[in-house]
Ligand binder design. Structure first.
Ligand code: AMP
Length: 278
C-alpha cells in the first residue's frame, strides 16, 4: 500500500495506473462503515484509492473541525488490511492553496435537512469531492447511505457536470444495538452512548408504523419525535419523512419514503436514516 501526501506525487502515481479505479473519500478515524466501502471497491476495481482529509470548508464556525478525531497510523493499518492500494492524505494547504476561490454549489437538494441546519456544509462537500474526483479520476466512487443527502448532492453534481464516473451507494453499517457507526460516536461518554440508540429506535418505530399501514407522515413524525423526547440527553434538530429523491417533506406517503433525523446527544450531533420500503 502506497501513501502519498502531495498532489504532484499523486498525479505521477495515478498516471501509472492503467486498470479501473475504485475511490473511497473519507475524513479518517475509520470504522467498519468506511471499511465496507473499501471492501466493495476492492471487489469491483483493479486499484483501490482511499483519501483521508478532514475538510475544513464543510464545517460551520461553531462545529467540530479542530477536534475531529484523528488516528492516521490506525487508519493505515485498517486500510492495508482491507486491500487498499493507495492512500492519499493531502494537507489543507495542498487542497486549498492561497487565494482559493472556486466553489461547487448544488442548489435545491442541498438546501433542506442537513443543508438547512448546517449552512455551507454541502458547498464544502461538493467542492472537495469535485476536487478529489478531478485528481483521482476514478471509475467508481463509493459513498455510505448513512449520509443519504450527501449521496443525492453528489449524484446531482456528477450528472450536472458530466463527470465520467459511477456513484456506488453502500448500506449503513451499525453497532449491535443499531447505532449507525460514525467517527463522531467516539465523542459519546458511556451514558450518552446508551442514549444514542434512540435514533435507531425511532427509525425502527417509524418503519413499524409504516409497515402496519400508517400513511400519514405527520403521525409517523410525531410518534418518532415523542419517542426521542423520552430520552433526556437527546435534543432533536429534525425528524423528517420525505420523498426519497427530492427530499421534499411528505403529507401522505404514497410509495416509499425516507425517514431521516438529526439529534444531538449531549454536544454530539448524530444523523441516521432508513428507507420505508417493502
Ligand atoms: P466520513 O469519514 O464521515 O466523511 O465518511 C466517509 C464515507 O463513509 C461517507 O461516504 C460516509 O457516508 C461513509 N460512512 C460513514 N459511516 C458509515 C456507516 N456507518 N456505514 C456505511 N458507510 C458509512
Amino acid at each position: 500500500m502506497k501513501l502519498i501526501e502531495s498532489i504532484v506525487d499523486f498525479r505521477k502515481q495515478r498516471r501509472s495506473i492503467k486498470g479501473t479505479v475504485g475511490f473511497v473519500p473519507t475524513m479518517g478515524y475509520l470504522h467498519e462503515g468506511h471499511l465496507s466501502l473499501v471492501r466493495l471497491a476492492r471487489q469491483e476495481s483493479a486499484d483501490v484509492i482511499v483519501s483521508i482529509f478532514v475538510n475544513p470548508t464543510q464545517f460551520g464556525p461553531r462545529e467540530d473541525n479542530a477536534i475531529y478525531p484523528r488516528d492516521i497510523p490506525r487508519d493505515l493499518d485498517m486500510l492495508e488490511e482491507a486491500g487498499t492500494d493507495l492512500v492519499f492524505i493531502p494537507s489543507e494547504a495542498e487542497i486549498y492553496p492561497e487565494g482559493f476561490s472556486t466553489w461547487v454549489e448544488v442548489k435545491g437538494i442541498s438546501e433542506c435537512l442537513e443543508g438547512a441546519h448546517r449552512p455551507g456544509h454541502f458547498r464544502g462537500v461538493a467542492t472537495i469531492v469535485a476536487k478529489l474526483f478531478n485528481l483521482v479520476q476514478p471509475d467508481r466512487a463509493y459513498f455510505g447511505q448513512k449520509d443519504v443527502q450527501q449521496v443525492l448532492v453528489i449524484k446531482r453534481m456528477v450528472t450536472d457536470l458530466g463527470m465520467p464516473l459511477e456513484i456506488v451507494v453502500c448500506p449503513t453499517i451499525r453497532e449491535q444495538d443499531g447505532l449507525a457507526m460514525s467517527s463522531r460516536n467516539s465523542y459519546l461518554n458511556p451514558r450518552e452512548r446508551k442514549a444514542a440508540v434512540v435514533l435507531h429506535d425511532s427509525l425502527i418505530l417509524g418503519q413499524k408504523l409504516w409497515r402496519e399501514g400508517e400513511r400519514s407522515a405527520k403521525s409517523i413524525r410525531s410518534e418518532m419525535t415523542t419517542l426521542i423526547q423520552g430520552e433526556p440527553l437527546a435534543k432533536i434538530d429534525y425528524v423528517s419523512i420525505a420523498d426519497t429523491e427530492t427530499l421534499a417533506e411528505l403529507d401522505d406517503i404514497k410509495g416509499e419514503a425516507l425517514a431521516s433525523l438529526a439529534v444531538k446527544i449531549g454536544k454530539t450531533r448524530l444523523i441516521d436514516n432508513i428507507v420505508l420500503i417493502r
